[in-house]
Structure formats: C-alpha cells, structure tokens
Write a protein of this length. Structure first.
Length: 114
C-alpha cells in the first residue's frame, strides 16, 4: 500500500489515498481541491523515496470542511495568593480527504491498478 509523509502547518502527517486528516487551518473553501507539495517521503511497498521535500512529488486533497478542535482549558493557580486564571482555546482545523499521491509525474501504485 502506497503512503506518503507530508508536512503542513509545522506538523508531519502519514497519509494514503482515501485517508481523512485534520490539519491546521488552510485558506480554502469546502469542496475545493488543494495540492500539497511538501512531500518528505513516499513508499509504495518496495520503493522508498525521500527528500526534503521530494522534487515533483504532490499530494492532491479535497477540503471536506473547516472547523474547530475540542476546547483546551489552561488553568493557572498560585496557592495561598488568591491567584487563578482560566483561559480556553480552540484550534482552527481543516479536514482533508486525500485523493491522489504522485511522485515525479507518475501516480502511486494504487491509482495505476484502478
């Protein structure tokens, strides 16, 4: 099974065709296609290609939705001082569905079999 490791938003994700992932907010509307060109590694079962990033490698994904993550509560407290602060934070996310992985102009093995 072919997979790739991509980098977006300062994080790295292992993706394969058909996967759905949540990444940091991207400027794209729901239903639009986007191309991620920061592909750090591609493996198709027998061959492994890596680079920083790989030249000509692309991952095409469809934006499913824009949303927010679960709320994270940060609570600060100093004992015996009467000091406490509560702050909440929700990270903005983009949900992506991976459509295809291509390396150097050729599609991944799964796409060729179809």
């Amino acid at each position: 099974m072919a997979f790739a490791i991509i980098k977006t938003g300062g994080r790295q994700y292992r993706v394969a065709e058909g996967d759905t992932i949540d990444v940091d907010l991207l400027e794209a509307e729901a239903g639009k296609q986007i191309v991620l060109s920061d592909v750090l590694l591609h493996a198709d079962g027998t061959n492994v290609t890596h680079g920083a990033p790989i030249d000509g490698a692309r991952v095409t994904a469809e934006v499913v939705e824009q949303g927010k993550d679960k709320k994270v509560i940060a609570y600060k407290f100093r004992r015996r001082k009467g000091y406490h602060r509560t702050v909440g934070h929700r990270r903005k996310l983009t949900r992506l569905k991976i459509k295809s992985i291509s390396v150097g102009g050729k599609k991944s093995a799964k796409k060729e079999a179809e």
